[in-house]
Design a binder for this molecule. Structure first.
Ligand code: FAD
Length: 502
């Protein structure tokens, strides 16, 4: 659509924002908008206790810190309220091959070098028998392996959180209401539209209450009540690359110390997560219904959890897909209503946060302009396509021969953008981050190496180092990492002390 296709006569000033849905997406949107524009806007959030939330989504990535800074959240308070623990990365177990594990950590590996990344020097070291594992040169990775954690000066440790999703939504609600968000409880049963431009005019609750708005933020989860039903924006299906379409989630008692890692344990048709919180553990099995029956998946999950189940396991159906236009007319879809790939790299909460920030950056100066809508959608699409490629990488590059699921993932054709990245790394060891891309070079390198791609060559600047110099260079980084790690307390002890439980 061109900027002028929203006829100026059909434009309305945006003063009333209605957030539809109160899961993680709804309350993050409410908290963000209220903080930035609360003084200028009338903000309402409608949620239905009867419908409830999806109830999963407990592993995050370090970018959440930016959102918390925006909201001026006190970390200790947040962690106590959401029973959060620290997360230094994801442990991928059995992904490359059965019984072969690696960690995708949040840290920097080695040091930065302007011509060539650290991996080139490490590769040279491997070739000459002078280097250890790639992970030996990453503080966060080594700390996570030893289950240690502490805040270090100058943001010396890059981390995220595991959190209780339902407590998080409640916490954000407590921050949002004093900043002017009005919560309405009730089930929306229909909507009305403006005749002139097809925008949503109001939503109507079961009680008969009608809530009018100028801008609607659809956070109704997989239902996609406004973006799907009212605006008829279709989903683009990505299941040709991402086979998993089911999850079964269960919460269990915490019977062991919390690790600063999300565990991702591959099985014959998908993987299983284990997310340690302070008061319990979140578990779930993710699988392809084409390759595994529900009762087998259920048994498999329940035979691989520690501690007593605290809830009845819940089956969640999903489709890996994304809407091309997550902002259409006066409806912006945020959260699961905009699409969902799968939870492997904990990217959904990040995408919610990015959408909220992006919406603030493109917020109508007065009425909604099509140029803003187009820019917003363009940025969303570019971001999600890179994340999609990164996720496909985990499945596609594998050496597993134990099931059709893994063989098919290896044999499928993949997006050209991902094939290029793999070829480039395999041939030269090079990785380039695209502007505004979520995952940095070190994430791509860790996962490509972890899944079994060893580059064939390295940058010539690494050849300029003699053996002694290279040994000294690599050894210096490793000793620094080891020296710091050994002084860190256990993650469990640190969380207890930090959150006032010790
Ligand atoms: P929901 O939580 O489903 O909320 C929808 C809201 O809309 C609810 O309040 C509901 O009451 C309301 N609603 C719906 N219809 C109506 C109606 N008619 N009237 C009134 N209200 C209505 N993300 C991560 O970042 N990390 C993870 O580890 C992670 N793991 C996941 C595991 C699985 C199996 C799945 C499926 C997702 C996972 N996600 C994860 C994604 C994460 O759960 C979601 O992004 C996040 O919870 C946001 O959900 P939501 O708010 O969009 O939807």
């Amino acid at each position: 659509m061109n900027p002028d296709t929203r006829d100026s006569k059909q434009r309305r000033p945006v003063r009333r924002v209605v957030i539809v849905g109160g899961g993680t997406a709804g309350w993050m949107a409410a908290a963000g908008i209220a903080k930035v524009l609360g003084k200028r806007l009338d903000i309402k959030l409608i949620e239905s206790d009867e419908i409830g939330t999806v109830g999963v989504g407990e592993a995050t990535i370090p970018t959440l810190m930016n959102f918390h800074n925006l909201l001026e959240i006190n970390e200790q308070e947040f962690m106590a309220e959401t029973q959060a623990t620290f997360k230094l990365g994801i442990s991928f177990e059995g992904w490359r091959n059965v019984k072969e594990d690696y960690i995708h950590s949040f840290g920097v590996t080695g040091t930065d070098h302007w011509t060539a990344g650290f991996q080139h020097f490490w590769h040279k070291g491997v070739e000459r028998g002078l280097a250890g594992d790639y992970g030996d040169y990453c503080l966060e990775l080594k700390a996570s392996l030893e289950h240690r954690f502490a805040h270090l000066p100058d943001n010396g440790m890059n981390y995220a959180y595991h959190l209780d999703a339902s407590r998080y939504a409640k916490y954000l609600r407590r921050l949002s209401e004093p900043r002017g968000v009005q919560r309405i409880e009730g089930k929306i049963v229909r909507y009305t539209k403006h005749e002139d431009n097809g925008d949503v005019r109001s939503v109507v609750l079961e009680s008969g209450q009608e809530v009018e708005g100028d801008l609607f933020i659809d956070c109704t989860g997989f239902r996609g009540l406004l973006i799907g039903d009212a605006m008829q924006e279709p989903m683009e299906d990505w299941s040709q690359w991402l086979f998993c379409d089911r999850a079964i989630a269960v919460q269990t008692e915490a019977v062991a110390d919390a690790l600063p890692l999300t565990r991702s344990m591959a099985h014959q048709a998908g993987w299983q997560w284990r997310i340690p919180l302070q008061h319990r553990v979140g578990n779930g099995i993710v699988y392809s219904s084409r390759h595994l029956d529900e009762d087998v998946a259920m048994k498999q999950l329940m035979s691989n959890v520690e501690g007593k189940a605290l809830i009845t396991p819940r089956v969640i159906k999903f489709k890996p897909c994304q809407r091309k236009h997550t902002w259409k007319g006066n409806v912006v879809a945020i959260g699961l209503s905009s699409g969902f790939l799968e939870p492997i790299e904990s990217t959904s909460i990040h995408l919610i946060q990015r959408s909220v920030v992006r919406l603030m950056q493109t917020f109508p100066t007065d009425s909604i302009s099509q140029a803003d809508i187009d820019e917003y959608n363009k940025q969303c699409n570019s971001e999600i396509e890179h994340i999609r490629d990164f996720i496909i990488l985990h499945y596609h590059v594998n050496n597993r021969t134990d099931s059709q699921f893994w063989i098919a993932a290896r044999e499928m054709s993949i997006p050209a953008s991902l094939q290029h990245r793999i070829n480039l790394f395999r041939e030269t060891g090079r990785v380039f981050r695209v502007p505004n891309e979520l995952f940095a070079e070190n994430s791509w390198i860790q996962v490509m190496l972890g899944q079994g791609i060893m580059p064939r060559s390295h940058h010539q600047s690494a050849d300029l180092m003699g053996d002694e110099e290279l040994k000294h260079f690599l050894g210096g980084i490793k000793s620094r990492v080891d020296r710091i790690v050994v002084q860190l307390p256990s993650h469990q002890a640190y969380v207890e002390r930090y959150c006032g439980r010790a």
